[in-house]
Design a protein around this ligand. Sequence first.
Ligand SMILES: [Zn+2]
Length: 364
Amino acid sequence: MSGPGRFRVRSDVMIRFLRDHCRVQADTSGHQVRINVCPVCGDAPTGGKAFRHVVNFRKQIFFCYRNDCLVDLVELVRLMGGHRTMAGAMQYLASFGEAFDLTGGEHPDPGSPDDEEGPVLRRIREKLHAASVGMVPGQAEEPEMDLPESFSADWSGKHGRAALSYARRRNVPEWFVHSGRIGYCTAGEMRGRLVFLTFEGERLVYAVGRAMSDRQSPKYLFPEVGGGELGKSRFVFNLDLWAGCSRLLVCEGTISALAVEGGVCVFGHRMGPQQAAKIARTVRETGIGEVVTLFDPDLDPRKEAHAASMLTAQGCPNVRLGLLSGGDPAEVPHEVPTAVAGSLQSGDRLSLLRARVDWIGKKK
Ligand SMILES: [Zn+2]
C-alpha cells in the first residue's frame, strides 16, 4: 500500500523495470500500465486478453484482475525482481538515483486502481489491512498515530539540505534517506530533529526524533490507545523491511540498525515481551535464518543476554549473541558487525536461560 512509510516509485523507472521483466501495454490514462503477468498468483495468459493486470503509479499499487491480487509497487518490485526483503527491493530502487517522488508528508489514499471497481477493492484492502494488523495474536487495538508536526521528507531547501548532511554524517544509508521513513521537523515537539518512523503494516506507530545539535535531547512519540499512551517497548524499528532476510540483527538504536544489513532495533530500556513476540513471529512466518543480538558493548552485557533470552522464550529459533567490541554497530567499520555476526558463540537455551537468571538476579 502506498503510505507514509513507503517509497513512491516514479512511473518512468517503474516502466523500465517492468519492460525488463514482462510484457507491458501502455494505458491512455497516463498514470497506469497493464502487464501480462501476475507475480503473486502466476497468471500469465497468452493471446488476445493477455494484459489484464494493472500497475497504477498514482495509487502506487498493482492489481490482478484474475485473482484479485493486490500489492504495492515496492512489493511488486520485490516479487518480480527476486528480492528476499522489502529492504532489498528498496535498495535496488535507490540504485536508480532519482527513482522516487518525494511526498513531503502528503499521503493520498491509494483507493482502487479503477474507480468503478471501488467496493471490491476496498474489501480486499480491508482484508490485507486486517492481516497486517494482526501481528500479535489477541491484540484488539490498532495503534496508530499521525506524523509529527511539521514533518518533511523533502531534502531540498535550507532545512532539508542541513538534515540530509547530518543524516549522511551519521551513516544513514542512501536507500533509507529516500524511503519516506525518515525526515526532519522544523517546528513543534520534534523541531530541529532528524525523525525516524516505525511502521506496522501501513500504520505509523512510533517516531524517534534525534537532535541534530548537542544541546538537545532525543524525543519520542507513540500512539495512544484506550485513553493511555502505549509504552515504547512494544515496537521494533524496520522489522517489516527485513521480513524474509537470512540474518536479522537486533540492535539498540536506529542508527546502529541502519548500519547493518538486516538491522532492526528495539526501543525502550530493555526488550519487552511484545517486541520479542513480534520478532519471533516474523522470524517463524517469513523464514528468517537466524537472529543475532548486536548491542552496544559499553553497556551491561546482561542487557543483551536478556534480549536474546526473551527471544528464545518467545519461541524464536536460532538466536545468537553478537558480542561486539570496539564500538556500537554504527561506530565501527561496516564490515565488522557482519563479520562478528558470522562467527558468534551459539546461543543455546541453557546459557541464555542462565544469562536471564543473572539479569533477574541483578534487578532485585
Ligand atoms: Zn494474481
